[in-house]
Design a protein around this ligand. Structure first.
Ligand code: HEM
Ligand SMILES: *[C@@H]1O[C@H](CO)[C@@H](O)[C@H](O)[C@H]1NC(C)=O
Ligand SMILES: *[C@@H]1O[C@H](CO)[C@@H](O)[C@H](O)[C@H]1NC(C)=O
Ligand SMILES: *[C@@H]1O[C@H](CO)[C@@H](O)[C@H](O)[C@H]1NC(C)=O
Ligand SMILES: *[C@@H]1O[C@H](CO)[C@@H](O)[C@H](O)[C@H]1NC(C)=O
Ligand SMILES: *[C@@H]1O[C@H](CO)[C@@H](O)[C@H](O)[C@H]1NC(C)=O
Ligand SMILES: *[C@@H]1O[C@H](CO)[C@@H](O)[C@H](O)[C@H]1NC(C)=O
Ligand SMILES: *[C@@H]1O[C@H](CO)[C@@H](O)[C@H](O)[C@H]1NC(C)=O
Ligand SMILES: *[C@@H]1O[C@H](CO)[C@@H](O)[C@H](O)[C@H]1NC(C)=O
Length: 542
C-alpha cells in the first residue's frame, strides 16, 4: 500500500503545447501542485481583500489605503541588515503599545486583514500586510507592485526601531541604513509614503497643537501622485505637511529628510514617471524586506495561465468521484475542455486515458479589478469524473481544444501528469456537511467525513487550521487544533472504505489528514476546504 503524501492543495501547472514545447513565460507556468503559489495567485487576483480598500476609500479622516501602507512600513521597520533579523513579519501585532505605533489605523488595518479569513497554514498575516500595501498603492492611482508570498509570521515583538519625528536626521539616516535603504532611498521612500494620508492631532499633539485641527493631510490630494503631492507642493513651498512646516521645528522630520541632499532627490521626483517608477521599486523592496532566513516566491504580476483547484473525492458503492476545476486565462469562447485520467492498474482506462468533458464553466471577474488593475478575465471550467473504484486514479491532465484549427493545448506538468499520490485517505466531499442547530444552541459546524481504506480498527485524525481569531483586539492569531475522528455510524463501510467523522468550525479553511490502517500510515497535508461545496443543513426545533 502507498503511504506517501497527497498533492498539496490548489495548484498551478506547467503548460505544454501539443507539440511538446513549454511556454517561455516563467511567471505563467509551474509544476502542480504548489500550495503557496496557488493561494498567492488566488488572494492577489480573486481574493476578498481588495474590496475593503477599493476606490482609495475614506476612513477616520484619512483613507484605508494610507492606514494599510503605514502599517506595512512600520512592520518592516524592525529589519536589521547587520544581523538579518526582523522585517515584514507581522511582529507589529505585538508592538501596538509603543508610542511609535500610535494611531487607530493600526488596529483597524489588522482587523481588516483578520476578518477576510485568508490566512492559511503557509500564508500568514505578514503576507496579508504585504498584499494590503500592494492593493492600497494601486487603488489610489499608484503603480501595481508585483507580489511575492512566503513571509513567516513572528510570534513575539521585534526591536523598537520605527523612526519618530522628533529624532535627528543622523538618527533617521542610520535607522534607514539598518533597514537596508541608503540616504537617497530614505528621501524617496518617505516622499512615496507621505503622498497618502496625514497626521492626526490626537496621536501627535506635539506636532499639531491646535486640538480644533483633528487631521492635517500631507498634501492636497488623497491620491498616490506627485503632481499636487508632497513632492511638488514641498518644492513650491506651498506644502501643508506638518512634518515639513509644522510650528514645532523639532518634529519637522520630513523637512530635514527631504532637504538633506540640497533637494536633489526631491527635484528628480518632480518627473511623474520617475516618481512612479522609483516608488514602485522602493515600495517593492520595502514589502520584500524580510528576515534573511525567509525565502519568498517568484514575483506574481499577472494571473497564472492555468490554475487547478483541489480535487474533491467521494466514494460510494464502488465508485469514486473526483470533482475539480481549471481556470483558463483569456479562454476562447469556442473552447472544449476535457479532463483525462489514468487508473492505478493500467487495466480499466485505455492508454489514452478515461475522459470527461467539462460539465460547465463560469466567467471569473478578477477582484483586483476593483482596485483599478485590469488583468482581464478568465473562465473556470468544472469537471466531475466518475472513476471505477477498483482501479481508481493515479494521475490526471487536461486538454483544451479551441476548435479553431489550432493544436489542442495539454496541461499535464510537462508530461508527468497531475499525480494523485495516494487514494487511501481523503475527505469525502459528498458525505461531509455543514449544520446549523436550532435554539437554544444555534451552534453551526461542519461535520468532516473522511474515507480510510481499511476497517473499523483504523484510526484517523485531522489538524484543523481556522483563520478566524476569537480575539477582539490584536494580535489576531489563527486557531490550530487536532481533532481525533470517530467511526461514523451514519456512513457504514462501503467497498474497501470505512468512514470516520469529526466536527470542526465552519471558518476552518485547511486540514492535514492522518490515518493508520493495518499498520500503514497515510497523510494528506493542506487539504483546501475553501473549495468544497458541502450541503448546509439547517435543523429546525420541532
Ligand atoms: C523618518 C521616517 C518617518 C517618520 C518620522 C514618519 C512619521 C509619520 C507620522 C508622525 C505620521 C502620522 C501618523 C498619525 O497621525 O497617526 C505618519 C503617517 C504616515 N506615514 Fe510616515 N513617517 C516616516 C516614514 C514613512 C514611510 C517610509 C512610509 C511608507 C513608505 C510612511 C507612510 C505613512 C503613511 C501612509 C501615513 C499616513 C497614515 C494615515 O493617514 O493614517 N511613513 N508618518
Ligand atoms: C543609494 O543607492 C542608489 C541606487 O543603488 C544610488 O543611485 C544612490 O547614489 C545611493 N545614494 C547614496 C547616498 O549612497
Ligand atoms: C515639540 O516636540 C517635542 C518632541 O515631541 C516636544 O518635546 C516639545 O514639547 C514640542 N514643543 C512644543 C512647543 O510643543
Ligand atoms: C516657505 O514658506 C515659509 C512659510 O510658509 C517661509 O517662512 C519661508 O521663508 C518660505 N521659504 C521659501 C524658500 O520661500
Ligand atoms: C529645499 O526646498 C525647501 C522647500 O522649497 C526650501 O525651504 C529649502 O530651503 C530648500 N533647501 C535647499 C538646500 O535648497
Ligand atoms: C450499488 O451497486 C449495485 C450493483 O452495482 C446496485 O445493485 C445498487 O443498486 C447500487 N446501490 C446504490 C445505492 O446506488
Ligand atoms: C490576457 O488578456 C489580457 C488583457 O487583454 C492581456 O493583457 C494578457 O496578455 C493576456 N494574457 C494571456 C496569457 O493571453
Ligand atoms: C460529483 O458526482 C458525484 C456522483 O454523481 C456526486 O456525489 C458529487 O456530489 C459530485 N460532486 C460535485 C462537486 O459536483
Ligand atoms: C457533531 O455535533 C453534533 C451536534 O452536537 C453531534 O450530534 C454529532 O455527534 C457530532 N459528530 C461528531 C462526529 O462528533
Amino acid at each position: 500500500m502507498l503511504s506517501r503524501t497527497w498533492p498539496i492543495k490548489a495548484a498551478l501547472v506547467t503548460i505544454v503545447c501539443a507539440v511538446g514545447t513549454s511556454y517561455a513565460q516563467s511567471t505563467s507556468t509551474f509544476q502542480w501542485p504548489n500550495a503557496l503559489l496557488g493561494w498567492a495567485d488566488k488572494q492577489l487576483f480573486e481574493g476578498p481583500l481588495s474590496i475593503l480598500v477599493a476606490g482609495c476609500s475614506a476612513r477616520d479622516d484619512t483613507t484605508v489605503a494610507a492606514q494599510w501602507l503605514r502599517i506595512a512600513y512600520h512592520d518592516m521597520s524592525t529589519h536589521d541588515i547587520d544581523n538579518g533579523l526582523g522585517g515584514l513579519d507581522a511582529s507589529i501585532q505585538f508592538e501596538l503599545d509603543r508610542p511609535q505605533n500610535v494611531g487607530e489605523g493600526m488596529a483597524a488595518s489588522l482587523n481588516d486583514f483578520s476578518e477576510v479569513l485568508i490566512n492559511s497554514p503557509f500564508f500568514g498575516t505578514a503576507d496579508v500586510i504585504a498584499l494590503g500595501a500592494i492593493l492600497a498603492v494601486a487603488t489610489c492611482g499608484g503603480p501595481f507592485i508585483p507580489f511575492r508570498a512566503g513571509r513567516i509570521d513572528a510570534t513575539v515583538a521585534g526591536p523598537a526601531t520605527v523612526p519618530q519625528p522628533q529624532e535627528s536626521l543622523a538618527t533617521h539616516t542610520e535607522d534607514f541604513r539598518q533597514m537596508g535603504f541608503n540616504a537617497t532611498e530614505m528621501i524617496t521612500l518617505v516622499a512615496c509614503g507621505h503622498t497618502l494620508g496625514g497626521v492626526r492631532q490626537v496621536d501627535f499633539p506635539d506636532i499639531i497643537a491646535d486640538s480644533e485641527e483633528a487631521f492635517v493631510d500631507f498634501d492636497t490630494t488623497p491620491a498616490f501622485d506627485n503632481t499636487i503631492s508632497s513632492v511638488s507642493e514641498y518644492l513650491q513651498n506651498t506644502t501643508q505637511n506638518v512634518l515639513v512646516v509644522g510650528p514645532n521645528v523639532t518634529t519637522r522630520s520630513d523637512f530635514r529628510i527631504f532637504s538633506s541632499d540640497g533637494n536633489a532627490t526631491m527635484q528628480s521626483l518632480l518627473d511623474s514617471n520617475t516618481f512612479t517608477q522609483t516608488c514602485a521599486d522602493l515600495l517593492e523592496r520595502m514589502i520584500n524586506t524580510v528576515p534573511s532566513d525567509v525565502t519568498l516566491t517568484q514575483a506574481i504580476s499577472e494571473p497564472f495561465n492555468y490554475v487547478v483547484s483541489e480535487p474533491l473525492f467521494s466514494y460510494r458503492n464502488d465508485t469514486l468521484s473526483m470533482a475539480t476545476t481549471l481556470r483558463v486565462l483569456n479562454a476562447s469562447s469556442s473552447a472544449t475542455v476535457t479532463l483525462f485520467w489514468a487508473d492505478r492498474e493500467g487495466s480499466f482506462c485505455p492508454s489514452t486515458g478515461c475522459s470527461v468533458e467539462s460539465s460547465g464553466s463560469e466567467q471569473v471577474l478578477f477582484d483586483i479589478n476593483f482596485v483599478g488593475v485590469d488583468v482581464g478575465t478568465a473562465e473556470r471550467y468544472q469537471f466531475n469524473a466518475t472513476i471505477n473504484g477498483a482501479t481508481s486514479i493515479s494521475k490526471f491532465w487536461f486538454e483544451i481544444d479551441n476548435n479553431d484549427g489550432s493544436s489542442p493545448i495539454t496541461i499535464d506538468n510537462n508530461g508527468a501528469g497531475l499525480v494523485i499520490q495516494q487514494d487511501s485517505l481523503f475527505v469525502d466531499n459528498s458525505r461531509s456537511a455543514g449544520f446549523s442547530l436550532p435554539a437554544p444552541s444555534f451552534k453551526t459546524f461542519n461535520t468532516i467525513v473522511v474515507a480510510v481504506r481499511g476497517d473499523a480498527t483504523a484510526t484517523a485524525s485531522i489538524i484543523v487550521f481556522d483563520p478566524f481569531s476569537p480575539n477582539t483586539a490584536p494580535p489576531f492569531l489563527p486557531v490550530v487544533s487536532t481533532v481525533d475522528l470517530v467511526l461514523d455510524e451514519t456512513n457504514p463501510p462501503d467497498g474497501d472504505f470505512t468512514f470516520f467523522a469529526g466536527n470542526i468550525s465552519r471558518t476552518a479553511n485547511f486540514l492535514d489528514l492522518t490515518a493508520t490502517s493495518a499498520g500503514t500510515t497515510y497523510t494528506q497535508i493542506n487539504f483546501d476546504l475553501s473549495v468544497t461545496d458541502f450541503p448546509f443543513i439547517i435543523e429546525s426545533s420541532s
